[in-house]
Design a protein. Structure first.
Length: 358
């Protein structure tokens, strides 16, 4: 036998059900499909300036408890209906967490939160959770981190984010070019906007790359390009970038690249110095910009949960506080309602003046 030269650091290859197998266990329903299609169309119409509303991606930093997550979704659906004339609310449903070094990688990777990494279980449960949210008639948003994962649940997503750590990744740009949703690219963690702009250009072009098909087989994936890429300002490099000067500079950079001036502002992360109590101040400032005539800001992101703050993952999971984040700290539900309602009130008489296209 020849000397072994591959898989030297691989312990095992555990079986993973194919996307078709998981979808057969958790099939798409007509009601859920209608919510997905309606959500995507609404976001696309906002980006195309056919709809003057602003979309708001709001929800937990990450999903770890599907019971509390669905509780949050029901509350958000009621609020979404209340402000639907002004704001399009899309629930933030994040299952994968990028890590600078180590830490819990999210519900798909470790659904039991015990380092057992039952990805097969996590993927099916994640799909079931998305289905339940869509069944409520609420569109969902997520971050695409693993390039294979969208094959398992992409049919239930209305808006996708590419994070600050992955906007520069060729793999994620290629993946975004084939996604069925609008895609927001965040600026880099150091605040660099050019990374996101280059990502939009790249994802808007056709690509061919190695992936898997719905049967789980290796395949050459060929895409047509995604024309609904846009930038997400999340701050970075020790400063926020939601202010009027930063937004104006982003508009100029997009115009120079001959891209649509579509900007989403992330109220969290570096824009709030990772302090959730500052998120309402960021949103208030952005609403003021729109009220004063800004035409480029089309959306916002908020990290929100039932309870404020965050918590470490205890050894005894029964000690977890209900509805409280185990990753980034969030604003609580009462604050979320107040932020959304006040923003809707500020914009209600302004929207008729926003730029529209036939």
């Amino acid at each position: 036998m020849p000397t072994q030269t591959e898989n030297l650091n691989v312990l095992a290859f555990d079986h993973m059900p194919s996307p078709d197998e998981v979808k057969a266990r958790v099939p798409l329903t007509e009601r859920a499909a209608a919510a997905v299609v309606a959500g995507r169309k609404a976001v696309m119409d906002i980006l195309d300036r056919k709809d003057p509303r602003v979309f708001v991606v709001v929800g937990p930093c990450s999903i770890h408890d599907p019971v509390a997550g669905l509780d949050y979704a029901r509350r958000l659906k009621a609020l979404a209906d209340e402000v639907s004339d002004v704001l399009l609310l899309v629930m933030r449903v994040y299952f994968e967490k990028p890590r600078t070094s180590t830490g819990w990688k999210g519900y798909i990777n470790d659904p039991f939160m015990d380092d057992s990494f039952r990805i097969d279980v996590g993927m099916e449960r994640a799909r079931k959770f998305l289905l339940d949210v869509c069944e409520l008639g609420l569109p969902t948003a997520t971050e695409a981190l693993d390039p294979i994962a969208p094959q398992y649940y992409g049919d239930l997503i209305a808006w996708t984010a590419i994070g600050a750590r992955t906007s520069e990744s060729q793999t994620h740009r290629e993946m975004a070019s084939g996604l069925s949703t609008p895609v927001g690219f965040k600026n880099a963690t150091d605040g660099d906007l050019e990374v996101a702009i280059n990502a939009i250009i790249s994802a808007g072009s056709p690509h061919s790359f190695l992936g898997i098909n719905s049967q789980g087989q290796s395949a050459v994936t060929r895409t047509r390009g995604n024309r609904y890429g846009h930038v997400v300002l999340r701050g970075g490099g020790g400063r926020p970038n939601y202010d009027t000067v930063s937004v104006s500079l982003a508009e100029q950079a997009l115009a120079k690249a001959k891209l649509a001036k579509n900007i989403v502002v992330d109220c969290s992360h570096a824009n709030s110095w990772k302090k959730p109590e500052y998120q309402p101040l960021v949103m208030k400032d952005v609403m003021h910009q729109i009220r004063e005539g800004n035409q480029s800001i089309v959306g916002l992101m908020i990290e929100s949960n039932i309870e404020a703050g965050n918590q470490p993952i205890p050894a005894d999971l029964s000690q977890l506080k209900y509805g409280c984040s185990v990753t980034d700290a969030c604003v609580d539900w009462a604050t979320t309602e107040d932020m959304i309602r006040k923003s809707a009130a500020v914009l209600r008489d302004v929207l008729p003046k926003r730029e529209r296209r036939a």
